[in-house]
Design a protein around this ligand. Structure first.
Ligand code: HEM
Length: 522
């Protein structure tokens, strides 16, 4: 009969066994990595210098830059100092950063290898499904296989006359009529944020949000706007701090609770609107059937409802579309006018082109390509200030990127599974070797004269590959339209903010202090 083992001996044995298992797993993983790297000829990229213990110095630097509003400039300087592909870790969580066009082609075209898996937790609980955060078959369901979004955007395109009417209605009441005509200072960015949010509600979910809307509905919309502002800010923060967000309920319980409430408020708003819209759609269809006339194209919402009647899926897709369109377009417009106010020669040339319309409203054709200088202005603003400045993917397995490995950055670059891959469209668009020494200057002419053909992977303001922005067409039409209407209304512009440019690096990028401008009608 053996002696009974004491509890402490059992505990020690269990501990030793766990450590052994852990070490064995670690050694086996390292061997597998070595074999993989030898087989693929890949190497690790350079490691960022001066990031401090566990990347703490880098985290502190980032935090300060975020507060100052020059975080994107800091990222650019890191690429300049460490090469176009490098690796590091923030608080022990490793990442690989790259702005090599060849690597971006690999990341954005191999969507099953470079996934958005981490996005779901960044956006939780605001979005738990829908095209923005889904991967694999769920994403295909949203965007490709069952064409959930395709018909929605196609309906919206066919109903573009309605979209233009909604844009006109909102820009007239929410922007043009609110700008003092005597040159008194106004924050254009604030007006654009209000405009694009309400135009988005009208166009994407047929939600009447004009000034004649019932008071209780206006107040619901205001609450939703506030909730979405807060939730978008938090989602951006959660993405930047990674797994540290798990501490939020303990470290900042009040803010965390407010964030949850904002997300639930957004859900409740969309659920309510979806019920209303589906009921309207059904009664319209029943009426059309009785009258025997073909039903009118109702735009984006009808397209979505054609593809699915699943209310939760509709909630994710609609809130994604509203969140995706809201500040991206306002941010772009604000940056365009921030630059126009500082570039009289660009303003004059643009004015001359818009004057060519003879004061009439721009139609589909003008917006689709007749206004070449305007297009160059918008392209240049998207180059210097892409409103999605940074994006992330996660490696689904051990992978290689075409370049960036080894001390000279020329070998294939090893990316271990689970690794977060970061890219900055902002830094890509400011690479002097791709864009010239004047890369920090706003020069629309480069899109007309200097660069005849831009290599595709050097310029990605709307992303690329299968996950390219599905709202790109709408965003471009709406931006062209809005700039034309501003130029037709005002003859002179002045910058009213002597402070240097500073960004608010949320999702998406806006101008920290707004776009303080003076405008004159004569
Ligand atoms: C100036 C305006 C806009 C810019 C600069 C912009 C930019 C982008 C970029 C860069 C991406 C890809 C992000 C990534 O790959 O991680 C993206 C994705 C997306 N955008 Fe936009 N966007 C704009 C307007 C819009 C509008 C108006 C909508 C909707 C009506 C929209 C809806 C979406 C959606 C749903 C996705 C996710 C697509 C997917 O993952 O399959 N965006 N956008």
């Amino acid at each position: 009969m053996g002696l009974p083992l004491s509890k402490s001996v059992v505990a020690q044995a269990a501990l030793i066994l766990t450590i052994l298992l852990f070490l064995t797993r670690h050694v086996l993983r390292q061997l597998a990595i070595r074999r993989f790297m030898a087989r693929t000829g890949s190497k690790l990229p350079r490691t960022i210098r001066g990031s401090g213990f566990l990347g703490l110095r880098m985290a502190r630097e980032s935090d300060k830059a975020l507060q100052r509003g020059d975080y994107l400039a800091l990222l650019r300087s890191r690429f300049a100092a460490n090469g176009h592909t490098y690796q590091g870790s923030i608080l022990g969580i490793p990442f690989t950063a790259t702005i090599e066009p060849e690597n971006l082609r690999a990341v954005f075209t191999h969507i099953d290898d470079f996934t958005k898996s981490g996005r779901m937790t960044d956006w939780w609980p605001m979005l738990q499904g829908g095209v923005l955060v889904a991967d694999g078959s769920d994403w295909k369901m949203s965007r490709a296989k069952q064409n959930l979004l395709k018909p929605a955007f196609a309906h919206q395109k066919r109903a573009s006359h309605k979209s233009l009417a909604a844009l006109e209605d909102h820009i007239a009441t929410r922007v043009l009529s609110r700008i003092p005509q005597d040159g008194a200072t106004v924050d254009l960015q604030a007006l654009f944020l209000d405009y694009t949010f309400h135009a988005g509600l009208s166009i994407l979910i047929n939600q009447d949000s004009s000034s004649s809307t019932a008071a209780h509905e206006q107040s619901q919309q205001r609450d939703m706007l506030e909730n979405m502002q807060l939730a978008l800010f938090e989602a951006g923060r959660r993405a930047k701090i990674g797994t540290l967000r798990l501490l939020d309920p303990v470290v900042r319980p009040r803010k965390y609770w407010r964030y949850l409430k904002a997300c639930w408020g957004i859900h409740a708003y969309f659920d309510h609107v979806i019920d209303l819209r589906l009921a309207e759609l059904d009664s319209r269809m029943a009426r059309d059937k009785v009258l025997g006339k073909s039903e009118e194209d109702g735009g984006f919402f009808d397209g979505l409802a054609d593809a699915t009647r699943d209310r939760v899926q509709l909630r994710w897709e609609l809130s994604t579309a509203v969140a995706g369109s809201k500040d991206t377009m306002a941010g772009l417009l604000a940056h365009i006018f921030w630059e126009l106010a500082r570039r009289p020669e660009v303003w004059s040339r643009l004015q001359a082109e818009v004057d060519g319309l003879g004061g009439r409203m721009p139609d589909d054709e003008d917006l689709r390509g007749g206004l070449t200088y305007l297009k160059a202005v918008i392209n240049e603003a998207l180059r210097m200030y892409p409103t999605i400045g940074i994006t992330f993917r996660w490696a689904a397995r051990d992978l290689t990127l075409p370049v960036g490995g080894g001390p000279d950055g020329k070998s294939p670059c090893f990316v271990p599974r689970g690794r977060r891959v970061i890219t900055s469209f902002n830094a890509l668009h400011r690479r002097p070797d791709l864009w010239g020494a004047d890369t920090d200057e706003f020069k629309p002419e480069r899109f007309l004269e200097t660069i005849k053909i831009i290599p595709k992977w050097n310029y990605l303001p709307f992303g690329a590959g299968q996950r390219i922005c599905p709202g790109q067409h709408f965003a471009m039409i709406a931006t062209h339209y809005s700039v034309v209407r501003m130029m037709q209304t005002f003859r002179r512009i002045e910058a009213r903010d002597p402070r240097p440019y500073a960004e608010e690096a949320g999702i998406p990028i806006t101008i920290k202090h707004g776009a303080l401008i003076g405008l004159y009608t004569s």
